[in-house]
Write a protein that binds this ligand. Structure first.
Ligand code: UDX
Length: 443
């Protein structure tokens, strides 16, 4: 099939590459000419495992092309995906200006019957707005064409996005008509072969499904973080509790990790947008608000523990920091818990020696004006001259460090484990003090 994808960001690029990889003829459009230029030279502007290979393979085969032109977008296909960002506005609501400007630009160019599918995460009702914008432009141009819209939210985890796309656990499709169902069913058939994972529903329900899924997952994390904070004071190990409750099939073992709070480009933004959406219709969204509050507190949890460890004064202390990205296998720093930790540590007079396998370039941008952070080329180097070590991202290479060496290197011989990666007893046996999140030893 011929497919156009608007947006060469994280979602748009993965979508384009994966559609091309099963034989579709894909054009991916972005207004950022630098980004398109890089892509046309075979450079991938973001880090996502496996994506570079798929983009290269399909570009070489001529099935994946990049362009900045809306003319190319509509000329190429009558099936067009919108996958542009919907960042937070100042009041927390989703900023739809990118999505709507796509709709206007497309509407001005459309020359034949077209199905426009919204993949961006958008509040309920956005499809109607997009359709209205398209129709207004089409009318003004006097074109005699039919345009339809559909909703097809993504559920891609960063660091596993290609796999999530190729082997989805569900494909949510919100449609207004049978014809759109047929087109999208055919498009997704290669990803939907051994079991039907396609859920066809009305457009508004599809739009909401995305928000509800992210809200549920965020609630699970905030719930576990709250349990962890209670556990800490009661001498309970939240990791044992995680196994215990996760064995109940109604709860399940996934996404129950206590830690430094959730970050990333989706959960915080989508939760805020859902709260604003609820506000706008007079609903109070108490659970969602609490989940945000718990998360905000949790982002400061490691700082609190470090501060208490130093008797309330961290002035002049040096903290080795392992991990900057909001989670492992990505260079993404958006809303990363490390940002809160670095801000607090440096504001209260400590210096930070930070190492991350992928996110240092992005971190340099974020901490441009921060005094007191330096970056190192290895995890070990970050510990040189440091008083204590804090781990905030669960990169594989941090999982099994040389604890004896750490005990010999860190002046204050203490490890703050923001991801509960280590066995407290083993760490202690190697001469370090250990502080995790909810490991039953609140200081
Ligand atoms: C998320 C959703 O999973 C995905 O379906 C959606 O489309 C986009 O948002 P992503 O932001 O890539 O994906 O990250 P995810 O792996 O879901 O983690 C989000 C945050 O929660 C990270 O900061 C992670 O460290 C944290 N987390 C996750 C926990 O603190 N504990 C957990 O048990 C799981």
């Amino acid at each position: 099939m011929r497919v156009t994808v608007i947006g060469a960001g994280y979602v748009g690029l993965v979508t384009s590459a994966c559609f091309a990889d099963v034989g579709n003829d894909v054009v991916c459009i972005d207004t950022d000419s630098k980004k398109i230029e890089r892509l046309n030279h075979g450079e991938i502007p973001l880090r996502e495992p496996g994506l570079d290979v798929i983009v290269a393979r399909n570009s070489t085969a001529g099935r994946l092309k990049f362009s900045t032109s809306y003319h190319d977008a509509v000329a190429h296909a009558s099936l067009i995906f919108i996958a542009v960002g919907t960042p937070s506005s100042e009041d927390g609501s989703a900023d739809l200006s990118g999505v709507l400007s796509c709709a206007h630009a497309l509407g001005q160019k459309i020359v034949r019957d077209t199905l426009v599918v919204i993949k961006s995460t958008v509040p309920v009702g956005t499809n109607d707005q997009v359709l209205a914008a398209l129709q207004k432009e089409i009318q003004q141009c006097g074109a005699n064409v039919q345009v339809r819209t559909a909703s097809n939210p993504e559920f891609l985890k960063e660091g596993a996005a290609v796999d999530d796309f190729m082997r989805p656990d569900r494909i949510i499709v919100g449609v207004n008509d049978a014809n759109s169902t047929d087109v999208l069913r055919a498009l997704y058939l290669p990803f939907n072969r051994n079991r039907d994972r396609l859920f066809i529903m009305d457009v508004r329900s599809a739009e909401f499904t995305k928000y509800a899924a992210n809200a549920m997952l965020a609630l699970r994390i905030s719930f576990m973080n709250e349990m962890a904070n209670i556990a800490d004071r009661l001498g309970v190990d939240i990791e044992e509790v995680r196994y215990g409750i996760g064995a109940d099939p109604r709860i399940g073992p996934n996404f129950l990790y206590a830690g430094v709070g959730f970050g990333g480009s989706c959960f915080p933004k989508d939760l805020r947008a859902l709260v604003r959406l609820a506000d706008s219709i007079g609903e109070s969204a108490l659970l969602l608000r609490s989940s945000i509050q718990v998360n905000e507190r949790q982002r400061g949890i490691l700082f609190e523990k470090i501060k208490v460890f130093f008797g309330g004064n961290i002035q002049g202390k040096t903290i080795a920091l392992w991990g900057l990205a909001f989670k492992a296998n990505t260079d993404d720093m958006r809303e990363a818990p490390s940002i809160t930790l670095v801000d607090l540590l440096t504001r209260f007079g400590a210096s930070v020696r930070a190492y991350d396998p992928a996110a240092i370039d992005n971190a340099r941008q974020i901490f441009k004006t921060t005094q007191g952070i330096t970056y190192t080329a290895s995890a070990r180097e970050a510990c040189d001259g440091a008083d204590v070590l804090a781990v905030v991202t669960e990169w594989l290479e941090f999982r099994s460090p040389d604890f004896e060496w750490l005990a010999a290197t860190l002046t204050h011989k203490a490890l703050f484990d923001g991801r509960n990666l280590y066995n407290p007893a083993f760490v202690r046996a190697n001469g370090l003090q250990y502080f995790g999140v909810g490991r039953g030893h609140s200081n």
